[in-house]
Write a protein that binds this ligand. Structure first.
Ligand SMILES: Cc1cc2nc3c(=O)[nH]c(=O)nc-3n(C[C@H](O)[C@H](O)[C@H](O)COP(=O)(O)O)c2cc1C
Length: 149
């Protein structure tokens, strides 16, 4: 299966999580990481699975590097009814808008008809000093559900 790993990161934590997740997935999948995702370059026909890995910044905002992609989705509203995806959200429970970017990305993809695989992972920087460990604990059940499709 081909997986597009779409990353939103300001300070590098989500990028590091994505790197670790990619290393795990590479044993069975082709993985392309997108630090500046562009809708025009991504497959929406179901031949690729999207895995969104994003932190939240500002007051519940998307990181700068993923914001243009999310705006593209909001404006162009592509038909994503064939698409399967997962979400890894990083945030901090010190903020009211905990993991809002990951939650908004999840909602937007669902609104566009896409089907989420597994549960959305939310990693709280207050509780989890090593976010990649949490992601690697979550990943096997996500893979199982993906591979059962
Ligand atoms: C200026 C700033 C604003 C933040 N705003 C939020 C927020 O609104 N909601 C949230 O859950 N986390 C927020 N965070 C926490 C980050 O999402 C969290 O530290 C994350 O691990 C950073 O990942 P990154 O290094 O990939 O950007 C904020 C962090 C900073 C520094």
């Amino acid at each position: 299966m081909e997986i597009d790993l779409i990353v939103g990161s300001m300070l590098g934590a989500a990028e590091y999580v994505a790197d670790e997740v990619e290393q795990q997935l590479l044993d069975q999948h082709q993985v392309t990481q997108h630090l500046d995702a562009d809708l025009a370059e991504l497959k929406t026909d179901g031949s690729h699975v999207w895995l969104i890995c994003t932190s939240t910044h500002g007051a519940g905002d998307f990181p700068d590097n993923i914001e243009p992609f999310m705006s593209q989705l909001q404006q162009e509203r592509p038909d994503l009814s064939q698409l399967k995806y997962g979400v890894i959200a990083l945030g901090s429970s010190q903020y009211d808008s905990f993991c809002q970017a990951g939650r908004d990305a999840d909602q937007l993809l669902q609104d566009l008809g896409a089907t989420r695989i597994g549960e959305r992972l939310e990693i709280d920087a207050v509780e989890e000093p090593v976010p990649e460990d949490v992601a690697l604990e979550w990943l096997p059940q996500w893979r199982e559900q993906l591979e059962a499709q």
